[in-house]
Write a new protein. Structure first.
Length: 331
């Protein structure tokens, strides 16, 4: 009988415990620091972030953290069983002194007269970041001034239009730098220096390569810009052209019986033989003469070109004089 009675008592207690545990949907505050222990001047970065988020948590017994109706003074809580609809303001304090705030009317800022070293403050209560609201401090090489007891207060209005205040705290401490810390830091510095040296050497090689490429491109541009022009005089009447009989350029019209070859030097030598264009610009022809004439490019080098002035041996086709325009373009 006694054993049966004990079993019933255990079952009763289990049932009571199960009934008292409930899942509550509400809002909760969080205050985080990374790290929580600093070692000036070795610690390079530290951040402290306070935020408010919607949350689900297990609650037993009475509803802990219930908000109060408007008109009453809200008690500071770490969470409430009502979800916050709007965050109106967030305040961070250090050793009971307010150091930073953000609210619905003013952006995140440090309090005037507060000097905690090289610290940057950010925050938002517009719910655009995925949180109901947050306030964050980020230090670069934090000093002992950054240590102490930190508290965060978040004020808000719940979905039931109740005023609530959330509060939480943490401590940030400092430790003395040990010999082992110094050795590890020296090792890191040497490794970083070696890495940076390698990067600098690689970058210098890249810079040298780019400089060479730029120099080559400039040279190419200068070469492509090398254009010259002029006029060649075929030196009088074709009856005085005695450089031999030469085929027409196309080979389709027989030969020039009378020719004169003239060589012209460029003002500046080309890097490679250029393209030379010829155009007859002046001809002196006797009245009623039926004249056959033409020009032909015979040779092009880096320094000069030779052109041919051609005409007919027939006295009825006599050419008194001729000039040829030329244009040379780099390739």
């Amino acid at each position: 009988m006694a054993q049966g009675k004990n079993k019933r008592q255990i079952m009763a207690r289990t049932v009571i415990f199960s009934v008292c545990l409930t899942i509550v949907a509400g809002s909760s505050i969080s205050l985080m620091s990374n790290p929580t222990v600093i070692k000036p001047p070795i610690t390079q970065h530290m951040f402290l972030r306070c935020g408010l988020n919607d949350d689900n948590f297990v609650q037993s017994g009475d509803l802990v953290g219930r908000s109060v109706p408007a008109g009453s003074t809200p008690e500071k809580r770490s969470y409430t069983s009502e979800r916050v609809k709007h965050v109106t303001g967030i305040t961070l304090s250090r050793n009971d002194v307010v150091i930073a705030t953000v609210n619905a009317y003013f952006p995140a800022a440090m309090e005037q007269g507060v000097d905690l070293g090289d610290v940057n403050v950010t925050g938002d209560v517009s719910q655009t970041t995925g949180e109901l609201g947050y306030l964050q401090l980020a230090w670069t090489f934090p000093t002992n001034d950054a240590t102490g007891h930190y508290e965060c207060d978040v004020r808000g209005i719940t979905e039931n239009r109740h005023m609530v205040i959330y509060n939480t705290s943490l401590d940030i401490q400092a430790e003395a730098v040990s010999m082992q810390d110094m050795l590890e830091e020296i090792t890191k510095l040497k490794m970083n220096l070696a890495t940076q040296t390698t990067k600098v050497e690689t970058q210098q090689t890249s810079i040298t390569s780019l400089q060479n490429t730029v120099a080559t491109l400039r040279d190419d541009v200068a070469t492509l810009r090398h254009v010259e022009q002029g006029v060649v005089d075929c030196q009088g009447t074709n009856s005085h052209w005695f450089d031999g009989r030469v085929a027409h350029p196309s080979g389709a019209h027989g030969y020039y019986d009378k020719t004169r070859q003239v060589t012209t030097s460029f003002n500046t030598s080309y890097r490679s033989p250029p393209v030379v264009f010829l155009s007859t610009s002046y001809r002196w022809i006797s009245k009623d003469n039926d004249v056959e004439y033409g020009t032909k490019l015979m040779e092009v080098t880096r320094d000069s070109f030779t052109l041919l002035c051609g005409g007919d041996n027939n006295t009825d086709h006599h050419l008194m004089d001729m000039e040829v325009d030329w244009l040379s373009v780099a390739v």
